[in-house]
Design a protein around this ligand. Sequence first.
Ligand code: PLP
Length: 453
Amino acid sequence: MTLQQSAETIVNAKEVTTPGASSFRSRHPETQALHGGSFRYDPATGAVAVPIYQTTSFQLPGTEGADKLFALEAAGHLYTRVSNPTQDAFEQRLAELEGGAAALAVSSGQAASAFAILNLARAGDNIVSSAGLYGGTWALFAATLKSFGIETRFVDAADPEAFARATDDRTRAYYAESLPNPKLEVFPIGEVAAIGRRFGIPLIVDNTAAPLIIRPLEHGAAVVVYSATKYIGGHGTSIGGAIVDSGTFPWRDLAERQPALNEPDPSYQGKTWIEKADAIGFHPYILRARAVLLRDIGAAISPQNAFQLIQGIETLPLRLRQHTENAIKVADYLNNHPKVANVIFPKFQEGEARRRADTYFKPGTYGALVGFELKGGREAGRRFIDALKLFYHLANIGDARSLAIHPSTTTHSQLSIEDQLATGVTPGYVRLSIGIEHPDDLISDLSQAIETA
Ligand code: PLP
């Protein structure tokens, strides 16, 4: 159920929810990507593409209705920092595709991770996080949240019980990436989600690198976060992020473990977020993130970017199919190349890492990130990057175009060689984000660059 659908409608702003729109929740992802959510067409104009509601503010109803809107006793759009119909259509589409109950769109993936934690943890609290993290998230947790008084306890995901050992009375959340690079070892989602549920602690999974092909909510994760900048947008045009709530985590039964949702909030009439959400039949975690964090921190996504991300979602299942098929072809090619020392790709993993890949990936997929090491080491890695003609050399993933980077001399260059090795970055390691071009053209570009290196 969405905020729009949940309350008595006194919305004066243009209503994007088409009356009588049917639910597509039981349909396939390809269908949900195009039809998910309650938007079917714009009732005012009949427009089928979601309009860009490029407005800061929405005309209020009479003073009594305005009171109710501001008190969150009724649903409606007031101001685009907090909600907007284009954002709402994006949120609903993504929530449905992810199998979640509700979503919040924000201005970037970084804002999504920060909000996911700040919505639960306060000064003096802690979270337990897998150490396999994107560098920006690592910095957010290790430095910025620390300066807010929120401690992050980093653990090795190879040992799920490490999450339990690091937990104490002030632990509010577990955090992990489903497919962290450079090691590309799938996180044990079900194992750690089960530990968390024992303690009343939600597992928050950053699924940026594996939308649709890893489905964290189906394995017990409570919340999924995305950098929508990557595969969801898919075209390298727009920065955005999102938080999806499963709707299955028992926030209301965890008064001591989850005080942010269960204690009265003086900034909202002294009510708890569980009470506020129940009053309008909505989900407390997403409601608080919107009403408190977007209000106070303001990392709102623009309607224009929300629109771009909707365009991305519509072809996400189709693109992921091509991304993942191409990645297998590229990885197989590299794995058989005499100048390649090592290929890092879930298909070639063994033991527990392989078991997790088989458990959590959609059958026949291994993601679209491929790491490899040339026998010539660091210098060969550099020469290889400089020789590429089709692959772009840039620090991003998930673009429709193929991308390459040499982490040791770029993204990880500030780390000592020992620290680089600890994160899995060896001197000759090259990371590829495989796009949706024809695989023969990708292999031909890699072939000529490897010969040059
Ligand atoms: N999470 C992961 C796994 C990422 O790779 C990134 C960015 O590279 C982010 C989060 C941050 O996303 P954004 O750049 O949209 O803020």
